[in-house]
Design a protein around this ligand. Structure first.
Ligand code: NI
Ligand code: MN
Length: 217
C-alpha cells in the first residue's frame, strides 16, 4: 500500500493496482493527474473536500462514495455515486469502507443541504485507516477506537474550523492509533500551525507523527 498526501485533507491510497482518492481538493497539488482512480470518497460537501471529485468521477468513471444526500448531489451533477448512512459499511474490490460520524457542518457548493458531515474508516491490506474529515474533538472517537481499532489516523489539526493540535493529540489517544497523520493545516493563513509542535506532542504520548510531504504530481 502506498499513501500519497495531496495537500489539505486529500490523499491517494494505492493498493494492489487499485487507487482510491479521499477529499480531492487539489489546489496544493496542481500537477496531480487522477489516472487509474478506482474509487473516490468525500467526507462532506464543503468545497475544500468535494474539490474536483465530480470532475474526476466523470473522467475516470470512479464512483464517489458519500453520505446519502451528498451522493445524490454528485449523481445529479453527472458523477457515479455510492450512498451510505452513518455506521454502514461497503465492500470494494480493494477492501472495505465504513462511514463514521464527524461533528462539523456541511452544505453543497451552492449552499444546499447535503446530509451530515462524516469520516471514513478504511480496511486495506489488513490495515485500518481512519480519515476524520472535518471535525471537532468528540467522544465518538472512543467508539471508533474501540470498534474499529485504527492503526493510522488522519486528523485535522489546523484549528478555526476543526480540531487544533491539542485536541488532535487527545483524539489520537482515544482512537488508539499508532501512526498519526496531520491534515487540514497550513493551506490558508487561518489554519496555519507550527508542525514541529504537532510532532513533539504526538511523540510525547508515545505515538508516531507521520507528517507527509505534499506529492509533486
Ligand atoms: Ni468543512
Ligand atoms: Mn475543510
Amino acid at each position: 500500500m502506498e499513501i500519497k498526501y495531496l495537500g489539505h485533507s486529500a490523499f491517494e491510497i494505492e493498493t494492489k493496482g487499485k487507487k482510491i482518492l479521499i477529499d480531492p481538493f487539489l489546489v496544493a497539488c496542481p500537477n496531480y493527474k487522477p489516472e487509474g482512480i478506482t474509487d473516490i470518497f468525500v467526507t462532506h460537501g464543503h468545497g475544500d473536500h468535494l474539490g474536483s471529485a465530480i470532475e474526476i468521477s466523470k473522467s475516470t468513471g470512479a464512483p464517489i462514495t458519500a453520505v446519502y444526500e451528498l451522493a445524490n448531489y454528485c449523481a445529479q451533477k453527472g458523477a457515479s455515486a455510492i450512498d451510505m448512512g452513518l455506521g454502514a459499511w461497503q465492500n470494494y474490490s480493494w477492501g472495505k469502507a465504513i462511514l463514521v460520524p464527524a461533528f462539523h457542518s456541511s452544505s453543497t457548493p451552492d449552499g444546499g443541504y447535503c446530509g451530515c458531515p462524516c469520516g471514513f474508516v478504511f480496511e486495506i491490506e489488513g490495515q485500518t485507516i481512519y480519515h476524520a474529515g472535518d471535525t471537532c474533538l468528540n467522544t465518538e472517537m472512543k467508539m471508533i477506537g474501540e470498534i474499529y481499532e485504527p492503526d493510522m489516523a488522519m486528523l485535522p489539526i489546523g484549528g478555526k474550523y476543526t480540531m487544533d493540535i491539542e485536541h488532535a493529540v487527545k483524539a489520537a489517544e482515544w482512537l488508539g492509533a499508532t501512526a498519526i497523520v496531520p491534515m487540514h493545516y497550513n493551506t490558508f493563513d487561518a489554519i496555519s500551525v507550527d508542525i514541529s509542535e504537532f510532532e513533539r506532542q504526538i511523540r510525547e504520548i508515545g505515538k508516531m507523527p507521520m507528517v507527509m510531504k505534499i506529492a509533486q504530481g
